[in-house]
Design a protein around this ligand. Structure first.
Ligand SMILES: [Zn+2]
Length: 267
């Protein structure tokens, strides 16, 4: 069974089970330290989406990814392609409106880049309002905080950007493209802060400040890539695929959107 949206013909889309959940990975093209490539977020996001499709092929369709995101704060590092958040919301909701137009009723915006989180949350909400379909947004690390806690070797602050987890997953997928000899520990977490925490497994702090990336990190890394291994990378990835497949199951069980307009008089 085909699971890649782009590999279907228009007749196959017409006849497809419209309760299949369409997964759209949105990522970024940006610096990931001196030890790994610009396409890290896309490679990881698509590995999760395709891993889900392998496990439950009749329940999903995987869209071609959107490999650019909201990351102008990274622009001091060569190679970064940034999209304004307003543009990204408009672009994503045009995609979801197209899917709704063709009859699909359930879309998962699978995020694999930290600063897209709030943007995709808004895009999902806007899709519900504009297209009246179920549209869920999820950042993959938020699906597995308990699992990350069990698998990780780094302290808090070690898993943020190009840190332990992303490095480990990329080493599992494409070891030839990761050069750990160039990686350094850049754990910028302040244990004394009551409000700020950028570690992906720690659920964030109570407040948020996103500085210029070049202010936070001298080489683009935030975290501890030095403890990454392909074995833990496979564990992180498998956990994300399992939990994402469970999310798909829950999305498929949800009823359709219903509205009741209360403007019409008594009752
Ligand atoms: Zn990343």
């Amino acid at each position: 069974m085909k699971t890649e949206y782009g590999q279907l013909t228009w007749q196959e889309i017409r006849d497809a089970d419209k309760d299949r959940v369409v997964i759209l990975n949105v990522s970024a093209t940006e610096d990931h330290g001196p030890h790994m490539p610009l396409d890290t977020d896309t490679v990881i996001g698509m590995a999760i989406a395709r891993g889900v499709a392998e496990r439950i092929p009749d329940q999903v369709l995987v869209m071609p990814p959107v490999p650019y995101g909201f990351n102008e704060h990274h622009k001091d590092f060569p190679g970064v392609i940034w999209i304004q958040p307003e543009t990204l919301i408009a672009f994503i909701t045009d995609i979801t409106e197209s899917l709704a137009h063709h009859g699909f009723r359930r879309v998962l915006l699978l995020n694999s880049h930290g600063s897209n989180h709030a943007v995709l949350d808004l895009a999902a909400r806007k899709t519900v309002i504009r297209s009246n379909i179920i549209c869920v947004s999820a950042s993959w690390w938020n699906l597995i905080p308990d699992q990350i806690g069990k698998i990780r070797r780094s302290e808090t602050g070690g898993i943020a950007h190009a840190g332990e987890m992303e490095t480990a997953v990329y080493m599992h997928l494409h070891p030839e493209l990761v050069d750990l000899s160039k990686a350094e520990t850049r754990n910028t977490h302040d244990p004394d802060s009551r409000f700020f925490n950028l570690d992906l497994a720690a659920g964030g702090g109570g407040a948020m400040l996103m500085r210029w990336w070049s202010d936070i990190s001298p080489d683009g890394t935030m975290g501890d890539p030095t403890v990454a291994t392909p074995e833990t990378g496979k564990q992180f990835l498998d956990a994300a695929i399992t939990r994402c497949a469970e999310l798909i199951g829950e999305m498929r069980a949800l009823g359709p959107m219903k509205r009741r307009d209360h403007h019409g008089g008594a009752g």
